[in-house]
Design a binder for this molecule. Structure first.
Ligand code: GLN
Length: 509
């Protein structure tokens, strides 16, 4: 059994644990061995195998008493942007090289209470700024489908780890696409819920009005299991949504009265915005997505033409608002209260300057400069205020669409994963690639990416077929419907079960 343990997703593993077909200690050691054997993928920034095994033993004891929820004993790992007491937290930055948090983020604490075992902390772009994970101060993450390619970002470590079957699921955060885009690039399922569904307490802030925690896993069902445990109101986050706890697993089976066994999505209207299928979209990305939409139709859904006319504007709007908030959030890293302090300086100003110059990487500095500029007295009205107005209009456009449909579908990204190094010198190229994830982020809406086929994405030198992700978006707090539709699709297709060569078939480790 052990040789195949890593092929089990969250739901299947939870069942095997409850049936005592396997112990948490067994599966935890198996995955720790696999992580060690796959170090070259660069997914892990910190781990404490002893502590993980201790949690696993505690989980086994809990299962032995018969008190076992669906996540007891299931090993996962957290994006290194969530603070943890037991493990270091760096947010992918030199600035926090030696930082230890005195507390656990709410998401971390809730998943621990649900019985998950923490395998470690996952690599990410510095302070979650990036689309390729190449902004991590520590190491590169490789895409397990083609190790010469990026995993996407900023939750690249989470996505690569799940795709390589090093763990059944991981946490991530999404400010402008950082769950959906890496999920798409790595051929896995990722969900970013409505802003406010998961507590931001202990999630190191990038852009507070956009940051949201979520899950990267292999299926919608597995996402539902984790999201049910980690979401819900938290008094320690003033923007946490005051709603009763949700059972997203129950939502998977919640069909409409008109649904039939063959057509579980009967009655569901899926909006397809024309702006999400521009001429420039890579041909084989488009054909994979169209084929998936046809599958949704077979399942009973009806496709509706809709329009999100300000899609393109999401890029300049996001790249003003996110840096503005980042420049404010990152002012706390001054060499006094947190993190790195320079060794050599003449006076207080000099210490701030030297500490920040040494601690932050190039992309973070770029955003701090843009952010402070657009917030400065003479430019506030021209940039930041205009961006805020457009942000509202983008959100209004979505509401107009949701008058005509229940879900909105499109690509998660305009291409498949690109080659390592291909855009690292060109920040704007990275920004432009976020076009399809930014609108939902700015509106605060929930979004998912689900595996929907393969393509070379029209990228130069693409010989390997790389995963393509279909993005599904829903109205506020409609995660249940989103997960239900994704689950129905995954019951009828097998894209989400595909794994990089050699990984799924229970290779030696
Ligand atoms: N790629 C986007 C950025 O660089 C989104 C990042 C995110 O969602 N954390 O800001």
């Amino acid at each position: 059994m052990t040789a195949h343990l890593h092929t089990l997703g969250v739901a299947a593993l939870g069942r095997a644990l409850r049936d005592k077909a396997v112990s948490s200690v067994e599966v935890t050691s198996h995955l720790l061995d696999r992580l060690a054997a796959h170090e070259r993928l660069g997914v892990m920034l910190a781990s404490d195998p002893e502590h993980a095994l201790m949690q696993a033993r505690a989980a086994d004891a809990r299962i032995a008493t018969g008190d076992a929820g669906p996540l007891v004993g299931v090993p996962i790992a957290h994006k290194d942007i969530f603070v943890t007491r037991e493990l270091p937290t760096t947010a992918g930055s030199r600035m926090l090289a030696d930082y230890r948090s005195p507390f656990d983020a709410t998401v971390v604490a809730r998943l621990a209470e649900a019985g998950t075992v923490t395998l470690g902390k996952l690599n990410c772009d510095e302070f979650a700024m990036g689309s390729s994970n190449e902004n991590s101060a520590w190491k590169v993450v490789k895409n397990p489908w083609d190790e010469g390619r990026v995993p996407g970002g900023s939750s690249g470590g989470s996505a690569a780890a799940v795709a390589a079957r090093l763990m059944p699921a991981a946490t991530g955060t999404d400010t402008g696409g950082s769950i959906r885009q890496p999920a798409s690039f790595c051929g896995i399922t990722g969900i970013k819920p409505t802003y406010g569904v998961c507590s931001r307490y202990g999630m190191i802030a990038f852009a507070s009005s956009l940051d949201q925690a979520g899950v990267l896993a292999r299926s919608a069902e597995d996402c539902a299991l984790l999201l049910s445990a980690m979401s819900g109101f938290d008094a320690r986050d003033s923007t946490s949504a005051e709603r009763p706890a949700q059972d997203y697993v129950a939502a998977l089976g919640r069909t409409r009265p008109e649904a039939t066994a063959g057509q579980p999505l009967q009655g569901l209207r899926i909006g397809v915005p024309k702006e999400f299928f521009p001429d420039a979209l890579a041909g084989d990305v488009e054909s994979a997505l169209r084929a998936s939409l046809a599958e949704f139709e077979r399942l009973g859904a009806r496709l509706v033409d809709v329009s999100l006319p300000r899609t393109e504007l999401a890029i300049p709007v996001y790249y003003l608002i996110a840096p503005a908030e980042a420049s404010s959030n990152l002012s706390r890293f001054d060499g006094v209260r947190y993190g790195h302090r320079a060794e050599h300086y003449a006076d207080l100003q000099g210490m701030y300057k030297a500490s920040r110059s040494e601690g932050f990487g190039a992309e973070v500095k770029r955003r701090i400069m843009i952010g402070t500029y657009v917030l400065s007295h003479g430019y506030y009205d021209a940039y930041y205020l205009q961006a805020q107005k457009l942000r509202r209009m983008i959100a209004d456009d979505f509401q107009a669409c949701f008058g005509q449909c229940d879900l909105i579908a499109g690509p998660a990204a305009p291409t498949v994963a690109w080659k390592l190094g291909a855009t690292s010198e060109d920040p704007v190229a990275n920004y432009l690639a976020d076009i399809f994830t930014l609108p939902a982020s700015l509106a605060g809406l929930p979004g998912m990416s689900i595996p929907a086929g393969f393509g070379s994405g029209g990228l130069p030198g693409a010989t390997t077929a790389m995963p393509v992700g279909l993005q599904l978006m829903a109205n506020y707090f409609d995660e249940g419907r989103l997960l239900h539709a994704a689950h129905a699709f995954q019951q009828a297709t097998d894209w989400h079960t595909r794994a990089p060569a050699g990984v799924a078939k229970g290779e030696a480790r």
